[in-house]
Design a protein around this ligand. Structure first.
Ligand SMILES: [Zn+2]
Length: 437
């Protein structure tokens, strides 16, 4: 059973104070259809414009995360987005009559309470995931570092340290509704006194008070109520990471390891994930690969070619156009051994491996013509080699080979090219000699 998308069961809302303007704001959650995603709606503006909670709409990341479309903005979206994602809501409209949600006590508690009031219900469409297949990372000059590692669950591990490494903390968790509600949602925003004083002076955080943030001044922790967890700061950092990564618009299966994270770096990772997802969707166009009498299956290929893993570079021959012309296919996966070193974090298939693939498909033609496999083909030359486009994990290569010349039984020339998504990615003219085994 695939995991299904979810929305809220019914409309629910509450009112509170906006952090930056200090004004009263009412926020309501509405159910939304499958594949709708999370959208913010500004009920206070003419025509009630909506803004998609997507990384493409990210505007600023200073102190809080702001998204916008055209001239319309919504500020400080990260806590409500974290709660929606972690509590399992994929589709909803977040309606507000101001440019910012209520700040509550500076944690995500109010949003978790709201989602529980509205209820969460399953829809008919399966959830969309981003699977971390290779390591990705984002870092900043200020020392923030986020790494995304492959994992079959969504996990976050985070370290946080204040000035002079005061309040150094670590927390690690799998993001599930129960763990989020218990361990992360109550963790409040914290600010450093030095950072917040100039903003107070400029009147930029009119709604800010010890009711909705913990203020750290030197060794002292100032807040209305005592710390909720000894490591409340790192837990809030995880809350912000979840909220910012929600802008990917898909569930993530991967492990985020974060060092001193901030909104800017969180957003950069969200952007890289979205870019990678776009690339994967573009290359994943399904195509049918014919089987049957026209070609050779893997077993038959291996009866002809002496090559074996990891050096067998053709999965199947899909067609013989003539005796001297055929097309092979090779599906490139991230599990290819060469991706481990070529290059970690930026896997591209080495061009020489494509030449090898062309040589193997050409040899199949030669072996079939010679009707013997008692010889071994040796590469003599490769001319006019061109690598036109990178070949990436997930690509299916169609390897075209045509014998252009054969002199006697022992020498042959082939013209070859590799195609991915209807574009030539590489080409070469190869010459072989055949020697008895
Ligand atoms: Zn926050």
């Amino acid at each position: 059973m695939p995991e299904l998308q979810q929305t809220v069961g019914k409309t629910a809302g509450f009112s509170g104070t906006a952090l930056h303007t200090g004004e009263k704001v009412t926020l309501k959650l509405y159910p939304a259809p499958a594949d709708h995603g999370i959208k913010f709606k500004r009920k206070d503006l003419q025509d009630e414009p909506t803004i998609d909670a997507k990384i493409e709409n990210l505007k600023t990341v200073e102190r809080a995360t702001t998204i916008g479309e055209g001239p319309v903005r919504v500020h400080t979206v990260e806590h409500v987005l974290a709660a929606l994602w972690a509590m399992g809501v994929d589709n909803a409209i977040v309606e507000m009559d101001a440019n910012e949600p209520p700040i509550g006590d500076g944690s995500a508690q109010i949003y978790v309470d709201l989602i529980k009031k509205a209820g969460v219900t399953a829809q008919e469409e399966p959830r969309k995931f981003f699977d971390a297949r290779e390591t990705m990372h984002a870092e900043s000059k200020t020392g923030a570092l986020l790494i995304l590692l492959p994992d079959d669950k969504f996990r976050v591990s985070c370290t946080q340290a204040g000035p002079n490494n005061r309040f150094a903390q670590f927390f690690s968790m799998e993001v599930t509704p129960a763990v989020f509600e218990r361990e992360i949602a109550p963790a409040r925003t914290f600010v450093y006194y030095e950072d917040v004083m100039p903003l107070m002076d400029k009147n930029l955080i009119k709604g800010g008070s010890l009711e909705n943030a913990i203020v750290v001044r030197g060794e002292a922790v100032l807040s209305k109520e005592p710390l909720r967890f000894p490591d409340e700061f790192v837990r809030h950092k995880i809350l912000d990471i979840i909220g910012d990564l929600a802008l990917v618009g898909r569930r993530i299966r991967g492990h985020v390891v974060a060092v001193k994270p901030g909104h800017a770096t969180n957003a950069e990772l969200a952007r890289s994930i979205t870019r990678e997802q776009t690339r994967r969707s573009a290359v994943a166009t399904p195509r049918t690969i014919p089987t049957g009498d026209g070609g050779l299956d893997t077993d038959q290929v291996m009866q002809i070619l002496p090559h074996r893993f990891p050096f067998l570079m053709v999965d199947r021959i899909i067609s013989f156009e003539t005796e001297t012309k055929c097309v092979g296919v090779k599906t490139v996966t991230i599990n290819e051994p060469f991706f481990q070193g070529h290059f970690p974090g930026h896997p591209v298939m080495p061009g020489v491996m494509q030449v090898e693939a062309m040589a193997q498909v050409a040899s199949i033609l030669l072996f079939k013509l010679a009707k013997t496999t008692s010889r071994i083909g040796y590469f003599m030359s490769a001319d006019a080699v061109k690598f036109r486009k990178p070949v990436l994990p997930g690509d299916t290569i169609f390897i075209h080979a045509e014998l252009t010349k054969s002199r006697g039984e022992r020498l042959a020339k082939a013209k070859c090219h590799c195609v991915v998504n209807d574009a030539i990615v590489s080409e070469a003219e190869l010459m072989f000699t055949f020697l008895d085994k």
